[in-house]
Design a protein around this ligand. Structure first.
Ligand code: NAI
Length: 215
């Protein structure tokens, strides 16, 4: 299945399809038309058909979509059909919160948590011991790591990313508020809650500006 020419807008929509289809499966729904799916997802049926046609369609005229098949195929496109390993670097507030989250649901196992603070060493989060960051190089070189999650202060993030790149890690999930500098081999996804909140603020302020009391 070719995904090279697929627009990033389509790729960004796939996790939402995956989530909805997962819910349908949980509710025992075996097939669905693009129209029904569009009503549930509040997107147009033609958008759904167009998006899924990028990957060969999956739908059958007069039948709609086989929910389980579509769920599995979208999972494959997103790379979720294989187990993936993750390490978390920075076991502070955010790092521990992420370590506590169940990413196994989508096939990611947290296999290592690292921090520079010796006081955190040996503490366990969901059964995984926090190790000193000095042990990370040997760990990464001996255990296959698919994704490294960066939850360190921004002043340390670039240096760590460069090391991960050098040691062969090819995907970084970056929460530090700084743009990383890595080789073209490395996929980086930045997650910035602030930016999401700012766009919410924009929409809220624009929609409800008239209701604001005058200063
Ligand atoms: P925190 O101070 O609770 O945790 C940071 C941890 O990183 C500490 O335990 C510290 O010992 C460790 N650390 C520092 N240098 C390190 C190194 N070189 N190697 C390994 N560990 C190291 O901070 P918090 O609140 O957990 O935030 C972590 C990062 O995430 C910050 O950069 C913060 O700005 C960012 N953040 C991002 C959000 C987002 O939406 N993207 C939301 C909240 C925080």
């Amino acid at each position: 299945m070719q995904s090279k020419t697929i627009s990033s807008a389509v790729i960004r929509r796939l996790p939402r399809y995956y989530r909805y289809l997962g819910e349908l499966l949980e509710n025992g729904i075996v097939r669905i038309s693009s129209r029904e799916l569009s009503i549930r997802m509040k997107v147009t049926a033609s958008q759904i058909r167009q998006d899924l046609n990028n990957f060969g369609g999956f739908g059958q005229q007069g039948y709609g979509y086989n929910v389980e098949y579509l769920y599995q195929e979208i999972g494959k496109i997103l790379g979720l059909d294989k187990k993936q390993t993750m390490i978390i670097i920075g076991a502070g507030n955010l790092g521990q919160a992420l370590a506590n989250y169940d990413f196994e649901m989508i096939g990611f196992s947290v296999i290592g948590i690292f921090d520079a603070n010796p006081r955190l060493e040996g503490l366990a989060v969901r059964g995984i011991e926090i190790r000193n960051v000095d042990e990370m190089e040997a760990f990464v070189k001996s255990c296959h790591v698919d994704v490294a999650t960066l939850t360190v202060p921004k002043k340390n993030a670039r240096e760590l990313a460069a090391k991960l790149d050098e040691w062969g890690v090819r995907a970084i999930w970056n929460f530090a508020p700084i743009d990383l500098i890595v080789s073209d081999e490395v996929c980086v996804k930045n997650v910035h809650l602030n930016e999401s909140l700012m766009t919410l603020s924009y929409e809220y302020r624009n929609k409800h500006a008239a209701a604001e009391p005058e200063e």
